[in-house]
Design a protein around this ligand. Structure first.
Ligand code: ADP
Ligand code: ZN
Length: 743
């Protein structure tokens, strides 16, 4: 037997090995193995069985060990790995390391426990003899005879005050059986539900929900690849639809993967899943970045062995080694967080769709603000559209008020943090003991300092961005590289004492709220205050319990939260997402307004939303005000079509970085000429031009964009071409296929 192995040793090359007889039982495609390379032992993944080597068989070395007795990658995952390698121009090794958790690749040991049970019925005379001669053994037999399941040995011993000698004697006589089981380490403490009480009883479906559940169910029954896009307004009960789909899959013996943009932000989803399926005897594996190595290995093993058939997690859970995959749910499918911003730069949603295709499974994408990519796929007839147009129990969608901040500024002749309308509403809500959430997607106090006299804006010495003022510790900070210095009292350029602070951050909003509602209990949530791991859950728990009146935060609190007592939501600066050099700026703004508005009025009382903007007439703002997704999508897709932007073509972003800007420009220009020559009409090139953030962490940045009809054709050509160029060491580059960030 000869196998092809992709080593995890720092290079991409398939190597061939012989497999000794003794290792053949558990070795198959997708197995993790140890192999010798240049007299050192390395980890590798078997990608080919019965391979045909390019050297004489006698010269081949042998696989030295097989790591687990089940494959680390199932056949569909192996295929998926190859696709990611090509599509995202990522090294195979980095793809495999992303797909197989370090804990599985490493030597972390499974935690196991011994269990005891009776080997069979014990004859009356045997028991009588035991009672006389060995009363301790008799007690243990009596105890086990009353149990329906094997019992943990440690528990039995402590309960009966028994010893290992007693069990050993019984084991020897063949009366008792001992088995070793792997135990799941519990990934979260039981109170990790953000305070939500979850009953296992499913609610009766609303009519619209029932229609969608049936539509998805019909696809599941067919056991064929299908993608459903569930477009449901905020609070329409999408989660319940997902749960029913998962339930159907479990009942049919299959497995399901449930993706959320960031699992630490969705304790309530985990609680709902566990609440629903635990009682039916199904274990839900939770997959997220705070797991210990041991927890990770246990969860992964439970899935790989079929012991668990549901996993909920952030993007990397799409690689869960489940058996008989029937369904992948992608909640909030429009979220840019699904895109990984380091290599391999894959998009969790797109990988989910592709994996579903390989597994002949159903992919269920859901959102209140679908991505235009997914929506265009519906229009092209590739995805099926399911709709939830109403909130559960016919609750009203909140009223959205747009405040023209130009008018506010004129009235007060100065900087305004909270408009009059917003302040009025805050007073009302506070008086009625209802809760308020304010969003401002920038941390710190203000975004920049500007000198009124000479116009100087203080920038980071290492990056081409303005420094953000943090009042809490009187510093200026760079949000890109972390540089910080004390806040100056006079202009660092002309020494005038005329410093003005421009732009809003969470700290400034907090200060303004304290002035408006001095007696309110308020909390600020941004990465500055969330440095401690459990702080997040604690604040959300307190907020749910009504111990906090006003919650101020960045977008990190805007995702999928369901707080019934929130009746007012303020979006303090809607313009932050609008005026950025990104063709998705409109889409982001629309999504932001609709999503944050969706946090209001989810309980019995109607909600209201105040959106502050300097461009109230902008399309994104106006469509969002009416929660008119179709109108927005139609208008925005027309623009994308006109310029032939995604989703009508693929975009590949090529970033060149290095300390010497002239050198980078030179190489980038030279490179572009070569691409033009060899790819010709297959690709439209823009650049090289300096990136929107020209300098970051002391490196200069240039970018090239490639537009193409098919990334699968163009990307491999670029990679091939890259290999022919002699790149200098101080010019590094990154290819990003279907990028989510263009900075
Ligand atoms: P979405 O994800 O669409 O914003 P959720 O799934 O969070 O909405 O549902 C909103 C609320 O409605 C939740 O509290 C949920 O428990 C509840 N809910 C969902 N479906 C039903 C139903 N059929 N009957 C009663 N309550 C429901
Ligand atoms: Zn910096």
């Amino acid at each position: 037997m000869i196998v092809g192995v992709q080593p995890l040793a720092g290079f991409d090359k398939l190597l061939h090995y012989q497999v000794p007889e003794s290792l053949r039982t558990h070795l198959q495609a997708g197995s993790l193995v140890r192999v010798p390379i240049l007299n050192r032992s390395h980890l590798g993944l078997v990608t080919e069985v019965d391979a045909v080597p390019d050297v004489p068989v006698a010269k081949l070395k042998a696989v030295s060990a097989v790591l687990h007795n089940f494959p680390a990658l199932t056949p569909d995952l192996l295929e998926l790995a190859r696709w990611m390698h090509t599509y995202y121009a990522a090294r195979m090794e980095s793809v495999l390391e992303t797909m197989i958790p370090a804990a599985v690749r490493g030597d972390a040991k499974l935690k196991s426990e011994k269990y005891l049970s009776l080997a069979g019925p014990v004859a009356a005379d045997v028991l009588a003899a035991l009672r006389k001669k060995a009363p301790q053994q008799a007690r243990l037999v009596d105890f086990l005879a009353q149990q329906f399941h094997p019992v943990k040995k440690s528990l039995v011993l402590s309960r009966l005050g028994s010893t290992a000698a007693v069990t050993n004697a019984l084991l020897k006589r063949g009366l008792v059986r001992e088995e070793t089981r792997h135990v799941e380490r519990v990934a979260y403490p039981d109170n990790w539900t953000g305070g939500e009480i979850v009953t296992g009883l499913p609610p009766k479906l609303m009519d619209e929900q029932a229609t969608v559940v049936k539509s998805v169910g019909d696809s599941l029954v067919k056991k064929k690849f299908a993608v459903h896009l569930l477009h449901g307004v905020t609070g329409s009960g999408k989660t319940e639809v997902y749960l029913r789909a998962v339930e159907q899959v479990l009942a049919a013996g299959g497995s399901a993967i449930y993706l959320v943009p960031e699992v630490a932000l969705t304790p309530q989803t985990v609680a709902r899943l566990r609440g629903r399926f635990q009682s039916a005897g199904h274990q839900t594996v939770v997959w997220h970045s705070h797991l210990s190595e041991g927890e990770r290995l246990d969860g992964w093993t439970a899935l790989a062995t079929g012991q668990a058939r549901v996993v909920v997690g952030a993007r990397s859970a799409v690689f869960a080694p489940v058996r008989d995959l029937r369904l992948i749910v992608v909640d909030e499918e429009h979220e840019p967080a699904y895109k990984q911003d380091e290599t391999p730069r894959y998009h969790g949603r797109d990988v989910a769709v592709y994996r579903a295709k390989l597994a002949n499974a159903v992919c269920l994408l859901g959102s209140a603000t679908p991505s235009l990519e997914s929506f265009a796929n519906v229009q092209a007839g590739k995805y099926r559209l399911d709709l939830l147009l109403k909130r559960v129990d016919d609750k009203k969608l909140p009223d959205i008020h747009i405040v023209d901040m130009r008018v506010e500024v004129m009235r007060t002749r100065g900087m305004v943090t909270l408009s009059r309308l917003l302040v009025d509403h805050m007073h009302q809500r506070f008086a009625r003991k209802e809760q308020i959430i304010l969003f401002i997607n920038r941390r710190g106090y203000s975004s920049s300092m500007i000198c009124r006299k000479c116009g100087h804006v203080e920038e980071c010495p290492h990056c081409s961005v303005a420094l953000t003022y943090h009042r809490a510790d009187e510093t200026l900070k760079c949000h890109l590289c972390g540089f910080q210095r004390g806040a100056p009292a006079v202009c660092p350029s002309c020494a005038a004492p005329d410093i003005r602070w421009r732009g809003l951050g969470t700290q400034r909003v907090e200060e303004a709220v304290r002035r408006v509602l001095p007696r309110a209990r308020l909390e600020r949530m941004d990465t500055d205050t969330m440095s401690k791991k459990h702080r997040f859950r604690q604040i959300l728990g307190d907020f749910r319990a009504g111990k906090i009146d006003v919650l101020i935060g960045t977008q990190m609190i805007g995702k999928g939260l369901d707080f019934p007592n929130v009746t007012l939501v303020g979006l303090v600066d809607a313009d932050l997402s609008m005026h950025v050099p990104d063709f998705r700026a409109n889409e982001r703004t629309f999504q932001l307004i609709v999503q944050v508005a969706g946090r209001a009025g989810r309980g019995d009382r109607a909600g209201e939303v105040v959106v502050q903007t300097f461009t109230p007439k902008a399309d994104a703002v106006q469509y969002a005000k009416r929660v008119d997704f179709n109108g927005f999508a139609e208008a925005e897709l027309a623009v994308r079509k006109k310029f032939n932007y995604p989703p009508y073509r693929h975009l590949v972003h090529h970033l060149f970085r290095g300390p010497n800007p002239e050198k980078i420009r030179f190489f980038a220009e030279h490179w572009v000429k070569q691409v033009e020559k060899s790819l010709g009409a297959a690709v439209e090139i823009r650049g090289p031009v300096p990136s929107p953030i020209e300098k970051s962490k002391d490196e200069y940045r240039f970018q090239v964009w490639y537009f193409c009809a098919r990334a699968t054709k163009v990307v491999p050509e670029l990679v091939k071409l890259q290999a022919t160029v002699n790149w200098p060491d101080d010019v590094s580059q990154v290819l990003d296929v279907d990028p989510m960030s263009l900075m």
